[in-house]
Design a protein around this ligand. Structure first.
Ligand code: HEC
Length: 172
């Protein structure tokens, strides 16, 4: 009996580990929901047009980071959906060094997980097809790859490292 419980615990642990978060930018209802969450919670720092704070590349006088844009001029699209989910929920990436001062709030307990995915879907829906294709390559199974990615002419942006990371991983 004990063994059975142990096995089922193991199985549920594995199921959890395999579950990754995905924000569906083709779901228009989700995108609309995300747009209003964005304007209420995120636009004040990341900009109403997703343009980010002025001088976002530089740290401020307290050595904090400014809010980067979420449009194609920033680097939001260089992270997988799972990583973006983590940064919104926890306020930082799991890999962020402890001494980095971040003004990104943790939304855990302030908005639901579903709302986090909605706001990410809204952000992703604003990207041109090349950016979306590039970001989708960071998701397991290339989830979120635009349907017409192979029909439209597009090139990867010059500052694109996402696909290189992905190719590095898949060619291991
Ligand atoms: C108080 C200002 C502020 C608010 C409000 C805010 N952010 Fe941020 N956000 C930041 C800052 C500053 C960073 C950069 C953190 C760093 O690099 O250490 C950031 C980083 C991020 C990143 C990582 C981007 C990247 O490419 O590294 C994402 C994604 C993000 N924010 C999404 C959101 C979302 C979604 C909301 C609303 C639910 C939100 N933020 C609200 C300030 C804010």
């Amino acid at each position: 009996m004990k063994q059975l419980v142990f096995i089922s615990l193991l199985a549920s642990g594995a199921a959890q580990a395999a579950e990754t978060h995905f924000a569906d930018a083709d779901n228009t209802a989700l995108v609309d929901q995300g747009a209003s969450i964005y304007s209420m919670n995120c636009a004040g720092c990341h900009g109403r047009r997703l343009q980010g704070q002025a001088l976002w590349q530089l740290r401020d006088q307290y050595l904090g980071r400014r809010a980067p844009p979420h449009d194609s001029t920033g680097h939001t699209w260089q992270h997988s959906d799972e990583e973006l989910f983590t940064v919104v929920k926890m306020g930082k990436f799991s890999t962020t060094p402890k001494d980095i001062v971040s003004y990104m709030p943790a939304y855990d307990g302030r908005i639901s997980d579903g709302d986090i995915l909605a706001v990410l879907a809204f952000i992703k829906s604003s990207w041109p097809v090349g950016i979306r294709a590039s970001q989708a390559m960071l998701n397991p199974g290339f989830e979120g790859m635009p349907k017409d990615a192979d029909k439209v002419d597009w090139t990867l942006p010059p500052n694109c490292t996402a696909s290189f990371q992905r190719w590095g991983e898949t060619s291991k």
